[in-house]
Each structure stands twice: as structure tokens, then as C-alpha cells.
Design a binder for this molecule. Structure first.
Ligand code: LMR
Length: 401
């Protein structure tokens, strides 16, 4: 019966991480998957998360189904974090938010919602992007194209080419954007550029679909939400998929939200209904535990303050590692060849390393990078950064791209 089912070659990020975990070498370094690790190379159990979880555990009770849209208090807390509690769109109730199964689940439900209800079939993703965007939109029935984004000469964004492309897209096209800490390049728009992009999107009748997996990992929780605020202020109708995996270090709880900003409350009610329908036919309703933790942390002032301060130290640790890698590499191969590390921001940078160099890093040195050349700086520690810099310098000098 299943003889025609093709072999699955695996996911470039997950499969590589599985390979890394099986690698017996003691000095191996994982710079592949977008997961924050501390100075000891471990995923942290954040203090605020632990405190919330301890309290929840003391009052554990029966767990009936959550509604299709998820836990109400969690959804409100998520909206306040993303949009700001005093934002007019929040206060007037014209944002439809559902709890989702990670941000990946939010992208999938949002793509299906637009396909079914707006009959959209064209999506644009950045060149480069998180490749699962391509898979999700194709699997949801879209023709997917790429808009120019990354500028290899500067390590930043080719803003002119990006806007020129957006300006020519047919109205009603879905445009997938990384709200902050662009994955995989780390190349971000400035606030001024976001304001221009928001205005352009509204003028051209495009459908912005923000993916925000790394809020708090670029500048700050507030500043990383600038793209959301700019689109809201420009009067756009748009979607936001956000993840709590990274900023709560709760990867396995699969916590995210999908928010759709609508022109008015009546439309938001209908949109919420269709999001519920999409959730129902996909996974019925979301799980309880992660939503309880996140809601408790976000709405309890002491826990919220503790969470923000720990998140800030995680962001600062990544920044310290970014500079340490830059400085070590600059000494070995020259500052101009590693300037991209200082231009880019967030958990990732785009090294420009070629597949043969990446293979050698993995095979000879046990340093794991995904084959696009993306590096996850959160896998660096003060103990391994010099080793990684030596390994990178070695492959740059000895292996032809
Ligand atoms: C990544 O890009 O490495 C993370 O977002 C994990 C994932 O789901 O791919």
C-alpha cells in the first residue's frame, strides 16, 4: 500500500541536531538549532517559569478541554505583550488572538485561514528565510516566491531592492516578514525602515504576515515589537505568529499565539470564529500547561520582572559571544571579513561559509552549522568561542568555497 511513499530526507535543522546529539566527541559544539543555551551549554530553566510551575503544581486539578481558541487569560496576556496593553486596537477588541501550537502552528493556521477565507494563493518570503515558511505555505496551497532581502556585501538588508519588489506585488499577496532577529541572517530593518514598509504595505493592499519567534533576543522585548506597532499605527490589517519557545525557554511546551489585526470588532469576531474552525479541524484545541505558566508569569508583577531580567541577561550573553567571536576572528582573518557579525543582531548570523567549509567544520572539528551558513550564537560559551574561531579561520583559509 505505501510503496509509493517517498523517503523523507529529514529536516535540515532537526536532523542535524539529531546527528550532533549522537556525536560522541567531547569538544563538539552545536551552532545549528535556534535554541538558547547558557554558559554550561544547557537550555535554562528560567526562575520565573519554575516559580510559576511550582505554584501551578500545588493547585493541579482536572484538565477539561480548553476552548478551540485557547485559554482566555493567556490570549489577553499575549496581546498585551505584543501590541501593548494601552494600544487602541487591543482596547477596542479588534484583534483576534488564538493560542497556537508554537509559532509554527500559528503560521500554518494563519496560512490556511487566509487561503480559505480570502482565497489568497500567492505568498512571498524573504531571500533567505526560515525554510519551513516555504514548506508551510506550499503545503497550504500557495505559490511561493522570494523577495530580495539579504545583502551579502554589507551583511545587512538590501532595503532598496526589498521595497522595489514589494511595490510591484499584486494587491492581496501575502508577505511573510520576520518581526525581529531575522532567521537565518540576523539582518534587521531599522525602525524608520519598518515605518516605510508599513506605509508601503497599506498603500499597496498587501497582507503582512509577521513571524516573531525571537522577541527579546535582538534589542529588548519592547523594541523588538516595533514592527507590530508600526503596522498597527499605519492602519494595516495583518497577522502575527509569535513564539514563547525561546523567550520562556519552553521549547517542548509548544506555546505560541496567532493574532489577526482587523479593521473593526465585527470583523475580528468573524475572524476569531474562522481561526477556531481552523484549529478544530487541525488539532481541536490547544494544551493547558504551557498556557498556565506563561499567563502566570506575564500577569504576576514579581514573576514578570524576574522573567524580563533573566531574558535580558540571556540576550546580553549572546551579545557578548557575538563580540567575542568577532574579535577572535578579526585577529585571525581581518576585521573586514567578519564585520557582518557586528551588523547583524539576535540569535543568528549569516557567515557566508560554503557547504564544503561547513562539512569540514562538522567532520574535522565537531562544530555544527546548518548548511546555509547560519550560525546560532547562543551555542557559543566563553569556553568554546576561541576553539570555534580557530576552526572557522582554518576552514576559511584552507577550504575553497
Ligand atoms: C531554528 O530556526 O533553528 C528554530 O526556529 C527551530 C526550528 O523549528 O527550526
Amino acid at each position: 500500500m505505501f510503496s509509493s511513499v517517498p523517503f523523507y530526507r529529514g529536516d535540515p535543522i532537526y536532523s542535524l541536531f539529531e546527528e550532533y546529539e549522537k556525536d560522541p566527541r567531547k569538544h563538539k559544539v552545536s551552532l545549528s538549532i535556534g535554541v538558547y543555551c547558557d554558559e554550561d551549554g544547557r537550555v535554562p530553566y528560567m526562575q520565573a517559569v519554575k516559580a510559576a510551575e511550582d505554584e501551578i503544581a500545588r493547585n493541579l486539578g482536572a484538565r477539561p478541554y480548553l476552548p478551540m481558541e485557547g485559554m482566555r487569560a493567556f490570549r489577553t496576556a499575549a496581546q498585551h505583550l505584543l501590541f501593548g496593553a494601552t494600544q487602541e486596537a487591543v482596547k477596542s477588541g479588534r484583534i483576534a488572538t488564538i493560542q497556537s501550537v508554537g509559532a509554527t502552528g500559528a503560521v500554518r493556521v494563519g496560512a490556511e485561514f487566509l487561503r480559505v477565507n480570502l482565497n489568497t494563493d500567492t505568498a512571498w518570503i524573504s531571500d533567505f528565510t526560515w525554510e519551513t515558511h516555504l514548506d508551510i505555505f506550499e503545503a497550504s496551497g500557495y505559490k511561493v516566491s522570494r523577495y530580495p532581502y539579504y545583502d551579502a556585501r554589507t551583511g545587512g538588508v538590501d532595503f532598496g531592492a526589498f521595497c522595489a519588489c514589494l511595490d510591484k506585488l499584486p494587491s492581496g499577496s501575502v508577505v511573510v516578514l520576520h518581526a525581529c532577529a531575522h532567521n537565518p541572517t540576523g539582518a534587521e530593518l531599522s525602525n524608520d525602515e519598518w515605518t516605510k514598509v508599513a506605509e508601503l504595505m497599506v498603500r499597496r493592499g498587501l497582507i503582512p504576515f509577521l513571524d516573531m519567534a525571537y522577541q527579546g533576543f535582538s534589542k529588548s522585548l519592547e523594541e523588538d515589537a516595533f514592527a507590530i506597532r508600526a503596522l498597527t499605527d499605519a492602519g494595516a490589517s495583518f497577522l502575527v505568529a509569535n513564539s514563547f519557545s525561546k523567550n520562556f525557554a519552553l521549547y517542548g511546551e509548544r506555546m505560541g499565539a496567532l493574532s489577526v489585526v482587523c479593521p473593526d470588532v465585527a470583523q475580528a469576531e468573524n475572524v476569531l470564529g474562522q481561526l477556531k474552525a481552523a484549529a478544530r479541524r487541525t488539532y481541536s484545541s490547544p494544551p493547558t500547561h504551557g498556557a498556565r505558566i506563561i499567563e502566570k508569569v506575564l500577569t504576576t508583577p514579581a514573576l514578570n520582572a524576574s522573567w524580563q531580567s533573566e531574558l535580558e541577561s540571556m540576550r546580553e550573553r549572546i551579545m557578548t559571544m557575538r563580540h567575542a567571536l568577532h574579535d577572535a576572528l578579526a585577529l585571525k582573518i581581518g576585521a573586514e571579513r567578519v564585520n557582518y557579525l557586528l551588523v547583524q543582531s539576535g540569535m543568528f548570523s549569516f557567515t557566508g561559509l560554503a557547504p564544503a567549509q561547513i562539512d569540514m567544520l562538522r567532520n574535522e572539528f565537531g562544530v555544527y552549522l546548518v548548511n546555509t551558513g547560519r550560525i546560532c550564537l547562543a551555542g557559543l560559551t566563553s569556553k568554546n568561542v576561541e576553539y570555534v574561531a580557530n576552526a572557522m579561520a582554518h576552514v576559511i583559509e584552507h577550504v575553497k568555497p
